[in-house]
Design a protein around this ligand. Structure first.
Ligand SMILES: CC(C)(COP(=O)(O)OP(=O)(O)OC[C@H]1O[C@@H](n2cnc3c(N)ncnc32)[C@H](O)[C@@H]1OP(=O)(O)O)[C@@H](O)C(=O)NCCC(=O)NCCS
Length: 188
């Protein structure tokens, strides 16, 4: 069943709703490697840090935030600037209703519109829902980091998934648009 949610850019005022959704996973699951719940100030800072191309999108159901998705820098060194990492979190009461897919599809659109080339997801090993969510949108597994994390007394793998967005090179020739088809070779 696909839930009739609306999407909008997150506001700093969404911090409390977002941190409730996130902290439930911090304290009960291994899907995030955070172990200390976010304070309201932490969450406000997170939202303030993600502006413009590094967007946070919320999904709302009758004005209640039921999930969010974010694009974060992949690495700090400058040559990584064309890559981003996605995060998608849906309130447990709304899992399995297509909301994660709606959010991730929107993040892919935002990343494409801003000219990013690669989107990564880092997913705890065995997290079938998140792996399937990403596969359904074209992400592929590009590696597994074995036993890189430890939470609740267990070693945790991280499955790295990647979606490459075709890069559209701007035309160097005046008057030639990037969408123009390549010329056909002459016949004969
Ligand atoms: C992972 C998560 C975002 C998925 O969001 P969702 O709204 O429940 O997922 P959707 O309903 O859009 O389903 C997406 C796909 O995953 C599949 N899926 C959903 N739950 C699943 C499960 N428990 N096991 C296997 N596949 C599952 C769906 O069938 C669907 O695949 P399809 O397109 O082939 O039908 C959600 O479970 C969640 O918020 N979990 C806690 C936070 C989290 O783990 N975030 C990701 C961190 S990497």
């Amino acid at each position: 069943m696909v839930s009739p949610v609306e999407l909008r850019l997150a506001q700093v005022d969404d911090a409390e709703a977002i941190r409730q959704i996130y902290n439930a996973e911090v304290t009960t699951s291994t899907v995030t490697f955070d172990i200390v719940p976010r304070s309201l100030d932490d969450q406000r800072r997170y939202l303030s840090d993600r502006r413009g191309a590094h967007a946070v999108i919320v999904a709302t159901d009758r004005d209640t935030v039921v999930g969010y998705g974010a694009l974060s820098p992949w690495r700090s060194k400058p040559a990584y600037a064309t890559s981003v990492e996605d995060s998608v979190y849906v309130h447990p009461a709304h899992h399995g209703q297509g909301i994660g897919s709606i959010l991730l599809a929107e993040l892919v659109r935002v990343a494409t519109a801003h000219g990013f080339h690669a989107i990564f997801a880092r997913i705890v090993g065995g997290h079938a829902a998140s792996i399937r969510l990403h596969e359904a949108l074209g992400f592929e597994i590009v590696g597994t980091e074995r036993e890189v994390g430890r939470k609740f007394g267990r070693w945790l793998d991280v499955v790295v998934m990647e979606l490459l967005i075709p890069t559209r090179m701007p035309a160097a020739t005046p008057g030639l648009r990037p969408d123009d088809p390549a010329p056909r070779p002459p016949r004969g």
